[in-house]
Design a protein around this ligand. Sequence first.
Ligand SMILES: Nc1nc2c(c(=O)[nH]1)N[C@H]1C(S)=C(S)[C@@H](COP(=O)(O)OP(=O)(O)OC[C@H]3O[C@@H](n4cnc5c(=O)[nH]c(N)nc54)[C@H](O)[C@@H]3O)O[C@H]1N2
Ligand SMILES: Nc1nc2c(c(=O)[nH]1)N[C@H]1C(S)=C(S)[C@@H](COP(=O)(O)OP(=O)(O)OC[C@H]3O[C@@H](n4cnc5c(=O)[nH]c(N)nc54)[C@H](O)[C@@H]3O)O[C@H]1N2
Ligand code: SF4
Ligand SMILES: [Mo]
Length: 695
Amino acid sequence: MKQVVHTVCPHDCPDACSVLVTVEDGKAIRVAGNARHPVTRGFLCGKVAKYLERVYSPERLLYPMRRVAPKGTGGAAAFARISWDEALDEVAGRLKRASEEFGPESILPYSYGGTLGQVQGNGMDRRFFHRLGASQLERTICSEAGEVGLLSVTGAKWGVAPEDYVHARYILAWGANIHGNNIHLWPFIEEARRNGAKLVVIDPFRTRTANAADWHLPVRPGTDVALALGLMHVIVGEQLHDAEFLAQHATGFDEVRKRAAAYPPERVEAITGIAAGDIVRLAREYVESQPAVIRLNYGVQRSENGATAVRAISMLPVITGAWRRRGGGMTLSTSGTFGLNKRALQRPELMTTALGRPARSLNMSLLGKLLTDSSLTPPVKVLFVYACNPAAVCPNQNLVLEGLRRDDLYTVVHEQFLTDTTDYADLVLPATTFLEHKDLVTSYGHHYVQLSEAAIEPLGECCSNAELFRLLAARMGFDESCLQATDEEMIDAVLSGGEAVLSGITQPALEREHWMRLRLPLTDGAYLPFADGFATPGGKAQLASAAFAARGLDPVAEWSAPAESRQGEQASSFPLELLARKHDNFLNSTFCNLPGHQKMERRGELQMNQADARTRCIADGDLLRVFNSRGELRLRARVDGSVGPGVVAAHLDWSRGGAEESSPARNVNALTSDRLGDMGGGPTFYSVLVEVEKA
Ligand SMILES: Nc1nc2c(c(=O)[nH]1)N[C@H]1C(S)=C(S)[C@@H](COP(=O)(O)OP(=O)(O)OC[C@H]3O[C@@H](n4cnc5c(=O)[nH]c(N)nc54)[C@H](O)[C@@H]3O)O[C@H]1N2
Ligand SMILES: Nc1nc2c(c(=O)[nH]1)N[C@H]1C(S)=C(S)[C@@H](COP(=O)(O)OP(=O)(O)OC[C@H]3O[C@@H](n4cnc5c(=O)[nH]c(N)nc54)[C@H](O)[C@@H]3O)O[C@H]1N2
Ligand code: SF4
Ligand SMILES: [Mo]
């Protein structure tokens, strides 16, 4: 008998698609985008359209396994199958021993974007580690800097709804590869363009989005602060700003006026590589073609000055009053709109049971340092990895691997596949996919709460994240009932006691409706996030920020060159700026291992400019050594028009997937830096200098 089950893609993607799974005799036979969902609109990305190849891959991990070969060796031969009983006993024993000898903070949970579901990715795991008193993980690896920058101006992670892009007349994709990373925004942009809108892309890489745009401005990496200030220079200088909106809804405009005066187009051209005339034209068009919307994504903030860049860009729709109109404003993330009851979901107060105080916080972007720093007290003795592939995705891979290789570190990995990280695991535990478990999924690109039902039984002995931590809590002898809560009880917990936007959004209602739009405040039927003021304590956009000033940064925004950039202090020995980018058809390191997905990508290449190739006598297809002080990689030259002079690009992949003759196995993160960006926490994947030579 055939049955169609409503699920939701929980992968780390703003689109959070509604996925219909057809099941026959217990087997999923088809996945399809739900045509009725207002953002999914009946299609899936190329990655998830082939999802059954992932679910039923012969490579799926189906049983717990224990390491029987030295750390650093991978593949099934490095492990021997054990029972769940043995596995749980072993993990519980290790957790207890580390707690007794070094204190529970010697245990580090390490998770990120494998699943964004509230129950599986943010729920029972947190309860468990809080109860244990383990170190807390600062989950900074993706969006930390951008969040700080955005909040410093607007006070909330709210943004324009994707559906409202159809009303825009000017769309600025700023460090946003919409076509690759956020494909469900594209149909709305196409509709806007049919109505006369113009799409402009600001990106140092000629992305699919840039190829399809009306105008591509290849800005130099890490210079967006200057570009934003240059636009303000023109807007304010030509009196194009919205004085009324500013007077009502912003503070600090005088400081902006003074700061922007120091960024005339000629100066900004010298910094950004964008011609002065183009800066003037862009500023005028942006103001005159209202409603104007900026799709800012996370590309600009993976830079040493990324928080400041997001801060400066976030000022533009304030200064121009773009927030007044439907389809005007900006979207970085919509995640702050959901108003979930996270405290009830995650139970942070459980930390006091174990420690009598909150546990220490460790920044995930510094994993290599954390694992190798002999002064860290207590040291990390147990690393518990789930929904994450740190050996591949963390910056400064060589240091990360040095840490993971430690014999006195016990590493357990809960995974769907053997990955770069399991190459260093002492124990691997098999995880379900979203077809095999239930969850509640929100989004960082739209405004729908969705219920994802389990479509099929778990394969083999796979176990969901929530179930794993329930089982472990029992083995540890933790008797709090919240550690045995069912998935349904967790969903009720996170929905009830949330903010007003969740009123009426309950589990029974979601079982009927499958998804529900947040009860957003509407003006004439439209959601205008900041038309009537901002979410800061005083209700005004902060064009001068006390928090930035307190950190010794300019209270408005001031451009400074990333140390690792051609204009920075470390420019000498490694003259090329590397963009260590994501693939359009993989999702960070997910999908890299599947043959069908591999066919959609060109892997193991370094994209470079004709001029840089010529000065190094490099021809298209040559095998290259790409290197800096942190590491090296072998890649094939692809001399194309993707990047300008002085910039090269390579893609994130599995260590064994694409880089040629690189033994031991490494990926592009062997080259990236674990220097953190401005305002503290975020990684700097796009502030990287390298040199290239023929291998
Ligand atoms: N297909 C696919 N989709 C994905 C992902 C994936 O790996 N593959 N990853 C998901 C995740 S985790 C996230 S966070 C989102 C991220 O989505 P995006 O924010 O769109 O992600 P990025 O590709 O990191 O950055 C966007 C663009 O910024 C550009 N960029 C780099 N440096 C600069 C700069 O200094 N200035 C400017 N203006 N642009 C710059 C890059 O060339 C890139 O094209 O996408 C999600 N969706
Ligand atoms: N060079 C470079 N590095 C980057 C980036 C970049 O652009 N360039 N992007 C950065 C960004 S933005 C991000 S968000 C991070 C992402 O880093 P990660 O969060 O590590 O993301 P993935 O590489 O997708 O790995 C997720 C893993 O979780 C597993 N998984 C999926 N679902 C589940 C589940 O339900 N349970 C369990 N236990 N496991 C599951 C998948 O099999 C996969 O191996 O990478 C960062 N690293
Ligand atoms: S990865 Fe993104 S676009 Fe693809 S199905 Fe999942 S949510 Fe949709
Ligand atoms: Mo991310």
